[in-house]
Write a protein that binds this ligand. Structure first.
Ligand code: PLP
Length: 474
């Protein structure tokens, strides 16, 4: 593709993107595709000869777009949001246009230095004290895996990378039953193992880990010859928004010398609003915190912010400097050089700070706060409205913008089967997208408002669709 063709198709893509966003309300939120439908429309092998861009673009629109679920749809109330504000899309396009690798300071100095600055802006924006340093990870799952590796290495005196784990003490990590599966997988992948991920019971409406039970579990493990390594606290669990008491968890953990990682992947973005920060009080004492601007802060996926109270143990775990990556001109002394590939699992790194910087500037912190405040207020009002409807009940009360509900048709039908039928009918209607969860053993429908383009009218429409669909099934 020559320069003029690139210009032409980039313009075409920009026009398509603007039209796509403007027309989202007219599309069904969730794809109605059946499995294999897309594969059946695509050739089995790549073309030997170059094809015209016009044909490729036409097939994109004709075959692929109808098979997409529209995460930027204003009535996407499923899972958690994955907002891609137009400002972040432009930042991503520029990053993609330069196609730079940002593994070392030297391989793209501006990318490294902007990452430092943008994450420090974000640190201040969510109210973390000075001294925390940040790195952009591809996802919360990667940040959590890094935290588990650090827990492992601290507990093994930083020898595990060298010796492997055979014959070493059995390490233990503590968490609640409300955490995301990325915690389970981090325990698997770092070699600590699922059997050594100890689930502490929870209590209260926020389903918080019981600190006394954490203390008792650590003591029992020590007495039994295990080596406790760390604790993962949950700030905004995926199912019902569970919140651990971070201050209490840290107090117990640090008394035993354990590393504390806080998973605030979704809820962390809300901390740009000072009034929500009591939900993670004590976080300034945590050792590691992950929050995803790619969820609720409008930064196109992927952009996960990983903050460390001290980067020393993290770097002692992850950093390696082979000769071919050394940048001799910038070594020695206090050069202030940061090589972010030493902070992450993968070596190659994209210029993700650019889109974060675009979003923070284009919306301003006040714009982002207003968006989040709206989502929280609309969700809480909707929960109150649903709770008052005959046949409906809340399965979990709102935590920020997330709650879940049930409907009982009142004829003795199996509750779970009815909930699945209701969910399917709502989603098949195309005007909303909701997802299920299990609360206290029974199915419920989750609702979270988080789309940047959602309005109060969209949430109002959700109420009517949910109520009318339930009545139609009763
Ligand atoms: C979304 C989510 C994750 C996983 O985030 P990725 O960035 O997709 O890895 C982990 N924990 C919580 C609480 C989440 O909401």
């Amino acid at each position: 593709m020559d320069g003029e063709a690139f210009r032409h198709w980039a313009h075409k893509a920009a026009d398509w993107a603007a039209d796509y966003r403007a027309g989202l309300r007219d599309r069904p939120v969730r794809a109605g595709t059946t499995p294999g439908e897309i594969v059946a429309q695509l050739p089995a092998s790549a073309p030997e000869e170059a094809e015209p861009m016009a044909d490729i673009f036409a097939d994109f629109e004709r075959i692929l777009v109808p098979g997409m679920t529209h995460w930027q749809h204003p009535r996407f109330f499923a899972y958690f949001p994955a907002n891609a504000s137009p400002a972040s899309v432009i930042g991503e396009f520029l990053s993609s246009a330069m196609g730079a690798q940002c593994l070392l300071w030297q391989t793209s100095p501006a990318a490294t230095e902007l990452e430092i600055v943008a994450l420090d802006w974000l640190r201040q924006a969510v109210g973390l004290p000075e001294g925390f340093s940040g790195v952009i990870q591809d996802s919360a799952s990667s940040a959590t895996l890094c935290a588990f590796l650090t827990m492992r290495e601290r507990a093994l005196g930083f020898t595990g990378n060298r010796t492997g784990l055979a014959g070493r003490p059995q390490l233990r990590v503590y968490t609640s039953s409300e955490v995301h599966t990325s915690i389970d997988r981090a325990a698997w992948f770092c070699g600590i193992g699922d059997d050594n991920l100890v689930r502490i019971p929870t209590q209260g409406p926020l389903r918080s880990m019981v600190p006394q039970a954490l203390e008792a579990a650590i003591q029992a493990d020590k007495a039994a010859g295990f080596v406790p390594a760390g604790v993962v606290a949950c700030v905004g669990g995926t199912s019902t928004g569970a919140m651990d008491d971070v201050a209490a968890v840290v107090e117990v953990a640090h008394r035993h010398g354990l590393f504390v990682h806080v998973d605030a992947a979704w809820a962390g973005s809300a901390m740009v609003c000072p009034e929500f920060r009591s939900l993670w009080a004590g976080v300034e004492q945590a050792d590691s915190i992950v929050l995803n601007p790619h969820k609720w802060l409008g930064v196109q996926f992927d952009c996960s912010a990983h903050f460390l109270r001290s980067a020393d143990d993290h770097l002692a775990t992850l950093a390696i400097q082979p000769e071919y990556l050394r940048t001799h001109a910038h070594e020695g002394g206090d050069t202030g050089i940061v090589n972010f590939s030493e902070w992450t699992i993968q070596l190659g790194r994209r210029f993700r700070a650019l889109k974060l910087w675009f979003v923070l500037r284009a919306h301003g912190l006040e714009g982002l706060r207003q968006m989040i405040r709206n989502h929280v207020a609309w969700s809480q009002a909707l929960a109150a409205r649903i709770a008052c409807e005959p046949g409906f009940s809340l399965a979990s009360t709102p935590v920020l913008s997330l709650f879940s509900f049930r409907h009982d048709p009142g004829d003795g039908r199996d509750g779970d089967a009815h909930m699945l039928a209701l969910l399917q009918a709502i989603n098949d209607g195309g005007q909303l997208y909701l997802t299920p969860t299990r609360v206290d053993g029974r199915l419920a429908i989750r609702f979270q408002a988080g789309s940047m383009d959602a309005t109060a009218d969209d949430v109002d429409a959700a109420f009517h669709i949910i109520r009318d669909t339930a009545h139609a099934l009763s």
